[in-house]
Design a protein around this ligand. Structure first.
Ligand code: ADP
Length: 219
């Protein structure tokens, strides 16, 4: 069944969410109280509506409660963000993702019932710093506060020529190896007989701490 998305607030963050969803072929309702913005982006999204996110009747009229995912992207206007999250919750939205500017703002959104809070600047800052500090992590995605999916390059020969079985990979590193990339070849879900070589890129999933440990082992 097709998922439905509503994005409230067409600032930099909300707009970027809309663009990515549309690029992925999804249907998106965009809401903003700024007429100019709605006029500019009405052709980008499936439906663009000028409305005040703090107006419960207006949100009910748009049938906000029927959307699978609602993204509240009203960072700077904290009052609107809090009220809009509350309204989305009351209207029965199952999955609310809200953008927060500060820790307290995030806490308030969580208390009201937002399912996921994002701190775009903070998250991106963390990501950039991690990349700078890590030797071999090419890319990573934080799945939660604890779990990470990462691509790590094998820079040394410590694991070279050994199979996953020899290494007892999962036990030794506490990580699941999702794929091994060697040049243009990608071996997804590698079997226990798969061999790791220097220069390979490993896609692993597991606790962030364990990912960092493997990164330092491979440096
Ligand atoms: P960013 O930091 O991602 O650029 P902003 O907080 O600057 O985000 O932008 C938020 C957007 O939300 C703006 O386009 C603004 O017009 C819109 N907005 C602010 N308050 C409301 C409201 N009460 N109802 C609907 N849209 C709003």
């Amino acid at each position: 069944m097709k998922q439905t998305f509503a994005v409230i607030g067409l600032g930099r963050f909300g707009l970027s969410v809309c663009q990515s969803l549309v690029a992925a072929g999804q249907e998106v309702l965009a809401i903003d109280n700024n007429e100019e913005l709605i006029t500019s982006y009405k052709d980008l999204v499936t439906q663009a509506v000028i409305a005040d996110a703090q107006d419960e009747d207006a949100m009910r009229e748009l049938d906000l409660g029927s959307f699978n995912h609602v993204v509240i992207a009203l960072g700077q206007n904290i009052q609107a963000s809090v009220l809009s999250t509350l309204i989305a919750k009351e209207l029965g939205v199952k999955h609310i993702i809200a953008k927060a500017e500060t820790t307290m703002h995030g806490k308030a959104l969580q208390k009201i019932g937002a399912d996921q809070i994002v701190f775009p600047e903070r998250d991106m800052g963390k990501r950039v710093a991690r990349r700078l500090l890590s030797h071999n992590i090419l890319n990573y995605l934080e799945l939660s506060d604890t779990y990470t999916l990462a691509e790590i390059r094998v820079e040394n020969g410590k694991l070279s020529g050994k199979t996953l079985d020899d290494l007892n990979f999962r036990k030794q590193f506490g990580l699941t190896l999702v794929a091994i990339r060697r040049g243009k070849d990608v071996q997804v879900s590698p079997p226990a007989t798969a061999v790791i070589e220097k220069g390979d890129t490993l896609s692993v999933i597991g606790e962030t701490m364990d990912v960092e440990h493997l990164d330092s082992e491979l440096s």
